[in-house]
Design a protein around this ligand. Structure first.
Ligand code: TRH
Length: 371
């Protein structure tokens, strides 16, 4: 890891389109806050900021959330130094037209970053840092830089705030659970559930209900809650005795702030996460986890999942659990081999801490264009 060096305070314009779910905004929000924590000024342009009311109720000093409406209000706007288009969204053309030729205090052209999706696939190392000259339109003459987050030193790294270890060291699990009115029985295993609609959900619930170790399942708000409630209703109707000994208890959670979402992952003995941002947070939590990958229509996510499991050195039990959880095969989920899963997570966590985080890399990359 390189030692942090003082960075010039730049003005960043980050563009985010909410396609579905919460990951686009979740990642852009974390990125914005982490830049602001490093002395940068950020304008976050987003077409639907409604989820910030629960994700980040307190806002973040240094981050100005702007409505990305069909026609942007650019009246009196100071030109930004760095433009970030997140996940292939295209920066509003009127913004480019208004800002491309504006003279900045530095006299330099804006740095244009295309921030890509996270993957462990080999193309990430190949493509990270590539450039593409803009040939047409209002931005002609500028250069786009492709920035790929990733899990290895030759990628853009992962979002990780500087005070993470300190926050974790001061975390009091039972006190935090109490704020949600959850009292943990000492013999109970805690499992968080953040997922889409996995076809193996009935199997997981049945497995937990018949396991020797009692489980409290903490189900996140939204799609996970709907999926679990529908399945429980189904089970209660068809097999009323399925959880007779009550080995499985369920708590449905409200929407949590990102800070409390982290707390949830730190509190649990197993985390079921999904998408992109919560996967990274599960890695930082350092607890055993299972990933429900965002499904793509042509099954492109199967290769992406496999590359991730290879990178993780997942043992066979964790690999098979993932394949079934993500509908890649129909074999049984298999047992929850938590000690084995904990070991690989610990190793991955340690390795990742040796690498620069995404914001440090991005700042280094951007400032290298400013000298
Ligand atoms: O919501 P997601 O499934 O988002 C997905 C992925 O990012 C996917 O790659 C992308 O293509 C698709 O969206 C459009 O899962 P993800 O990425 O984990 O984002 C969830 C965010 O929501 C994360 O920042 C954590 C946050 N969150 C909370 O802060 N509180 C909560 O209570 C919950 C349930 C989530």
């Amino acid at each position: 890891m390189t030692a942090p060096s003082p960075q010039p305070a730049l003005l960043w314009d980050i563009f985010c389109q909410v396609i579905d779910n919460h990951g686009d905004l979740g990642v852009c929000w974390r990125l914005s806050c982490q830049l602001a924590a490093r002395g940068q000024r950020v304008r976050l342009w987003v077409d639907d900021a409604s989820a910030l009311s629960w994700m980040a109720p307190g806002g973040c000093p240094g981050v100005d959330v702007k409505a990305w409406t069909t026609v942007l209000d650019l009246q009196g706007l100071t030109p930004g130094d760095v433009w970030v288009e997140a996940f292939g969204c295209e920066i509003a053309p009127e913004f480019i037209a208004a800002n491309a030729s504006e003279i900045r205090p530095t006299g330099l052209k804006p740095t244009w970053i295309n921030l890509e999706y996270l993957s462990a696939q080999a193309y990430v190392e190949r493509n990270h840092g590539l450039t593409s000259p803009v040939m047409h339109g209002p931005g002609a003459g500028l250069i786009k830089h492709f920035f790929y987050p990733g899990f290895t030193p030759r990628t853009g790294g992962l979002l990780r705030e500087a005070n993470l270890l300190d926050r974790q060291a001061h975390f009091d699990r039972d006190a935090w659970l109490n704020t949600l009115h959850i009292t943990r029985r000492t013999d109970q295993r805690l499992v968080s559930l953040f997922c889409y609609e996995p076809s193996a959900l009935p199997d997981l619930l049945a497995q937990l209900a018949s396991d020797d170790t009692p489980t409290r399942l903490l189900v996140t708000a939204g799609r996970a809650t709907s999926a679990v409630q529908a399945e429980i209703e189904h089970k209660n109707r068809l097999q009323p005795l399925w959880n007779l000994s009550e080995q499985l208890s369920i708590s449905y959670l409200p929407y949590l702030s990102q800070t409390d979402f982290d707390h949830l992952l730190w509190a649990c003995d197993l985390n079921c996460v999904r998408g992109e941002d919560s996967l990274v947070r599960a890695l930082w939590a350092g607890k055993p986890f299972v990933w429900h990958i965002y499904p793509q229509f042509d099954d492109a996510h199967h290769d992406k999942l496999s590359a991730f499991l290879d990178w993780l050195h997942a043992p066979e039990s964790l690999r098979q659990f993932h394949l079934r959880w993500n509908g890649v095969n129909d074999a049984p989920l298999g047992s929850l081999a938590l000690p084995d899963w904990a070991e690989v997570t610990r190793a991955a966590h340690q390795g990742l801490w040796q690498q620069d985080d995404l914001v440090s890399q991005l700042l280094g990359f951007v400032t290298s264009h400013w000298v």
